[in-house]
Design a protein around this ligand. Structure first.
Ligand SMILES: Cc1cc2nc3c(=O)[nH]c(=O)nc-3n(C[C@H](O)[C@H](O)[C@H](O)COP(=O)(O)O)c2cc1C
Length: 182
């Protein structure tokens, strides 16, 4: 019997009450897999600069994060959008990890999501990530946007058409990892 897939799961936010973390964990629970959740606060590093890298090298935390990417079968990320872009916490981590090895996401299958309290749900950022991640070694299998989090999420995505869209995205992600592992 094959082992269940191992997912690396994160909300791309440093908020202790992150709704994106909630969504990412719920999404991973819908998939037949083991999960390792990552808290971005555990990977806080100095703000990336080429000068700092030349002077002090790459922090061990960036190498640790990269090891987690390399060790998993698939990655689930839900993005918090700050002013139309990544949170500073997430961007700093990926800047550091991107100088550890060339392909940041190690060609791992990915399910990318975003949510926010607002009606756009982080759409600007999600569209940008879906376009950009494949250029950085991300095998983006599926994406899902959840607008108006507090209206549409209660112990899970409950609005019918959104739940249907999520189920299709989850299926595409599982197929991207090679189908059901059992
Ligand atoms: C500095 C800042 C910028 C924000 N910019 C956006 C934005 O561009 N788009 C959006 O939908 N929400 C924005 N928000 C609201 C966030 O979506 C909201 O705080 C959400 O809870 C963030 O997700 P999280 O709980 O996973 O951190 C912003 C919030 C802050 C504090």
């Amino acid at each position: 019997m094959k082992m269940p897939y191992k997912l690396l799961v994160m909300g791309a936010s440093s908020s202790r009450t992150s709704i994106n973390r909630t969504l990412a964990i719920w999404a991973a629970e819908q998939i037949d897999a083991q999960m390792e959740t990552v808290d971005l606060n555990d990977f806080e590093m100095p703000i990336y600069s080429e000068d700092r890298q030349a002077e002090s090298g790459i922090p061990q935390l960036a190498r640790d994060f990269k090891e987690k990417i390399n060790a998993c079968d698939g990655i689930v990320i839900s993005f918090a959008e700050h002013n139309g872009s990544y949170t500073a916490a997430f961007k700093n981590i990926i800047d550091w990890v991107s100088v550890v090895e060339k392909d940041l996401w190690s060609n791992k299958p990915m399910l990318l999501m975003a949510t926010s309290p607002g009606a756009r749900g982080g759409r600007t950022l999600l569209e940008s990530a879906v376009t950009d991640f494949p250029r950085r070694g991300g095998h983006v299998c599926a994406h899902f946007l959840l607008p108006s989090f507090y209206k549409n999420f209660k112990e899970g995505v409950h609005e019918h058409s959104l739940k249907k869209a999520f189920d299709l995205a989850a299926l595409a992600f599982e197929r991207g990892m090679g189908g059901s592992p059992i």
